[in-house]
Every structure is written in C-alpha cells, then in structure tokens.
Design a protein around this ligand. Structure first.
Ligand SMILES: *Cc1c(COP(=O)(O)O)cnc(C)c1O
Length: 380
C-alpha cells in the first residue's frame, strides 16, 4: 500500500462487531481483567490504551518503522529521545534547533551532567574529530528558523561509523516527505502538534524506533515519566493524519508560490526556503526528501516597518507554531527562539528582522495579495 492509503486505512484492525472507519475513543483509565492469571492487552492507560495503540500503529506504518510511541507533547518526545543519554555523555546538536530543545539541553540536561556541543555545519563536520564522550547526535533538517539543510544520508552514515546514536527531529518534514530511518537514524521524533495534527487544536508528540530493546526501554521510561498521549488527543491525531498528505500537497504548492513572490520582492532582503534553486541545500533537499516543506523565513528590508507589516496582515495570524491549515507568521527572535541569548541569536544568524512564515492550505493568490497589501501599508 502507498502512503496515502496507509494514512487513511492504517491502525489497529479490531473485530468487535461494532467497528467503523473511525476508531473509538476509549476514555477509560483502567481496564477490567479476566482473572488473576489472565491479564489482557490493556491494563492501565498510562501504560497502554487502545486508542493510542491504534494511532501508534498508524504512525509506524507511515514511517515504515517497527514501533511508534505517542507522547503528551513534542517536547515530551524530544525529552524521551534524549533519555537514552547517561550522565557524562555528550550530544552534538545542529546550530539552530527548536527553542524548546535548546532550553532542555542548555538549561536542564547540562545541569544533570549530560553535556552538548553545537556543530556549526554537520555537512562539513569531520566525525574523526569527535570527542570520546560524544554518544549521540541530534539533528533537525531543515533547521528552524533558518531552514538550513543537513545531508541526512551522509551525516548519518558518518555518525554510525563512529557508533553514535542518531536522533532526528523530523517535525518540519513528517514521514510523508522524509524518512530518517531509511538513512539509519535510531530515533525519529516529532511534534505532532504541527503537521500530523494539522488543525492547531491538539498538542502531541511522536517517536519512532526499529530496535526492540530500545522500544521497550523508551516505552517504560514514558510510563515512569507519565508522559503518554491521552486517549482523546490520540483520536484527534489519528483523525488529522488521515488527511496529512492532502493538506501537505497543497501547503507545498502554496509555499513555493509564496516563496517565489517574496524572494523577488524589494521588501525582502533574504528568503530562506530550500525549495528555491538559489538557496543553500536545494540539491541535498531534492535528494533526501520529497519536498521542501511549508515553512520559510524572510529578512524584512529596513525600508518597511516590521511591526506595522505584521499587524497589517489579515490572513496570516501573528502566532507561533506551524503545520496547521492556517497560515501563521512570527518573529523568531522574540517568539520562538527567546531561549537563545541575544549574542547567540546574532552568532547563528537569527536577526531581529527575521520573520518565519508557516503556510497553510488557503488560496495562494489570496495569501500573496495579503502580503502585498501589508507591504504597501508598512513602507516607510
Ligand atoms: C513545535 C516543535 C517542537 C516541540 O513540540 P511541542 O508539541 O510544542 O511540545 C519540537 N521540535 C520542533 C521542530 C517543533 O517545531
């Protein structure tokens, strides 16, 4: 079966006599057992729940992985993935990771003895120089908010030669566009709050693995930490995923048009989008993924008023997040990457005039017209 069919039909196949195309929400914290020596598949929802299990089967089928685990948020999945590290271990990160991941590593894990090192550019990183205490690498590509493309295929190959664990945050791409396990990634994590959910109404995380032992360990850790996804949110996510490919196709189409429009506009100093031929990583992106995603960033020219520009937009809402059906715009320096110090922001290129745009499924001409009228109103 192809991706689109699995998205619609994937999941558990229970034969209860009541089954419909929509899997039920089992809003039960506990499950009645047959007898003391006959415990069923489900005992207590923090360990496992049928609605969540249905979602996890659907997600694993789409990823082409053996297992999936659903968590309460994307950050819970990220934290779970990094729980494979022990005090004394070090993790290598790319230089503009999600703000929450940066906060977790920089402000929380480092105090628990798990250290990190930021790699400026994994594409040119020499793994033979890797210090002894490095046990894992954590990659996000395209990166956030600068859309820097890391060559997953080559970087994972090099990292595996050094026996490093590889974790990929694949939120921006989803399994529809990019499959890190096929390149050898050990753990793939998602904020399913974004494209999988798709409607800005559910917070969730996903994690996929192939290794049996690793899966059991992570599942147990999720139970101890108490961070699984609720039954109701599992239902919402399962429902959202059924249309992921349809939404994402439209979002790719819209984003390409919006990016091309912005790239030639005199109100834009620089456009970051790996779907533009002149952008960093264009060729790599074409090789490792089936599309360039639906997030782009721009540096607004100082001939335009930043505040007035964002306030003048009528379709693009000023809000953090991405991956929903609606288009959003935000200022990373203030809104998503505020865990980075101002110096570090400057260092890695998150300028104060950098705007991140998440493109939705609206009509592309309407989106462009909205941007155009905001440019007109905000010209100094
Ligand atoms: C949003 C996001 C996260 C965190 O997910 P939450 O669901 O907000 O906890 C992690 N990584 C990336 C790339 C994200 O965009």
């Amino acid at each position: 079966m192809n991706y689109e069919t699995k998205a619609v039909h994937g999941g558990r196949k229970d034969k209860t006599g009541f089954e419909g195309p929509s899997y039920p929400v089992y809003l039960s914290s506990t499950f009645i057992q047959e007898s003391l020596n006959d415990f069923g598949e489900f005992v207590y929802t923090r360990s496992a729940n049928p609605t969540r299990d249905n979602l996890e089967k659907q997600v694993a089928q789409l990823e082409g992985s053996k297992y999936a685990l659903a968590t309460a948020t994307g950050m819970a999945a990220t934290a779970l993935s990094l729980s494979i590290l022990e005090p004394g271990d070090k993790v290598l990160l790319n230089n503009n990771v999600y703000g929450g991941t940066w906060g977790l590593v920089n402000e929380f894990l480092s105090e628990k003895g798990i250290t990190y090192e930021v790699v400026d550019d994994f594409n040119t990183y020499d793994f033979s120089q890797t210090p002894e205490d490095v046990k894992a690498i954590f990659l996000e590509t395209p990166s956030n908010p600068l859309l820097y493309v890391t060559d997953l295929e080559n970087v994972i190959k090099d990292a595996k030669e050094k026996d490093l664990s590889v974790i990929v945050d694949n939120t921006f791409m989803t399994s529809y566009l990019q499959k890190p396990h096929e390149f050898g990634a050990d753990v793939v994590v998602y904020s399913a709050t974004k494209y999988y959910g798709g409607h800005s109404d559910v917070m969730a995380g996903l994690l996929t693995v192939n290794d049996d032992e690793l899966y059991e360990r992570l599942k147990l850790t999720r139970k101890f930490l108490g961070s699984p996804l609720s039954a109701f949110d599992s239902f919402l996510l399962n429902r959202g995923i059924k249309t992921l490919h349809v939404r994402y196709d439209r979002q790719l189409e819209n984003t390409q048009k919006v990016a091309e429009y912005l790239d030639q506009h005199d109100g834009v100093d620089k456009t970051y989008y790996p779907g533009l031929e002149n952008s960093q990583g264009y060729e790599i992106q074409k090789r490792i993924a089936k599309g360039a995603g639906a997030v782009l960033s721009i540096e607004l020219s100082d001939k335009y008023d930043l505040d007035l520009f964002t306030r003048s937009l009528e379709i693009f809402d000023l809000a953090v997040s991405l991956g929903g059906v609606e288009s959003l715009i935000c200022l990373p320096a203030l809104m998503t990457h505020e865990t980075y110090s101002t110096d570090l922001q400057a260092d890695i290129g998150i300028k104060p005039n950098l705007l991140r745009i998440a493109v939705g499924v609206e009509n592309a001409d309407d989106l462009i017209q909205d941007l155009e009228q905001a440019f007109e109103k905000s010209r100094k």
